[in-house]
Design a protein around this ligand. Structure first.
Ligand code: FMN
Length: 216
């Protein structure tokens, strides 16, 4: 299974970047083929319908689209901004959602957040689910929120609290098992009977053109 991982923060000392590094290490130790992306690769302007119509997706959005298309599953660590989804991630979701076929559709996603606050960014993750699920992604029910992130990492970048790491490892294991099971019926590589089920599942999903009309 191909897994794409990134932190949706542009900050050099990003806690979400540190968190995604721990998650990537855990997933790789479980034998997953993880592609790590830096969000700076996906720099793009604010969504502009005229720009979309005149020139299509900007380079940063196309870069993200291609990465998503290559992946079966994704790990995303993202900050909570003002109790909600981060602007840069929402903007990226919006741009990529204009590509066809819809790149997010059928992708299993595990959401994480890290914040210095006691809530760890969990409220932002609930908001982050909405556009992703609206675009047809399969967001795992469990989400991991790292509270007090400024004090949560060792100098080596590991999670200092063993119990917290165990929770992350348990949730990630559950996610990878579910994503693996889904990829055999929803993934691009599905063949034979599995491929028929993939088509049935795709047809059963809400018709994306009714909620997001394609570019004219
Ligand atoms: C505009 C803005 C809004 C924020 N809102 C919240 C918030 O609602 N909840 C929260 O836990 N942290 C909030 N924070 C603090 C972020 O969690 C903190 O800056 C965090 O370090 C960002 O993630 P990063 O380290 O990966 O860049 C906010 C930060 C900024 C800049």
């Amino acid at each position: 299974m191909k897994v794409l991982a990134f932190a949706a923060s542009l900050r050099k000392e990003s806690y979400n970047h540190k968190l995604i590094e721990v998650a990537v290490e855990i997933a790789r130790a479980k034998g997953e083929n993880v592609e790590f992306a830096n969000f700076h690769e996906f720099t793009m302007p604010l969504y502009d319908g005229d720009l979309n119509e005149e020139v299509g997706l900007p380079a940063g959005a196309v870069a993200l689209q291609r990465r998503i298309e290559r992946a079966d599953a994704m790990l995303i660590a993202t900050p909570e901004y003002n109790y909600s989804i981060s602007g840069v991630l929402k903007n990226a979701i919006d741009w990529v959602s204009r590509a066809r076929p819809m790149p997010w559709r059928g992708k299993s996603i595990f959401l994480m957040s890290a914040s210095p606050s006691p809530m760890g960014g969990i409220r932002g993750l609930w908001q982050t689910r909405v556009p992703l699920e609206g675009c047809g992604a399969l967001v795992f029910p469990d989400m991991f929120a790292l509270a007090h992130a400024h004090a949560a990492f060792t100098h080596q970048g590991q999670l200092a609290d063993g119990t917290v790491r165990e929770t992350l490892e348990r949730q990630l294991t559950g996610f990878l098992l579910m994503a693996e099971a889904l990829v055999s019926v929803c993934g691009k590589a599905a063949t034979g009977v599995a491929n028929k089920r993939r088509v049935d599942i795709t047809e059963a999903l809400e018709n994306e053109t009714t909620i997001q009309p394609p570019p004219s």
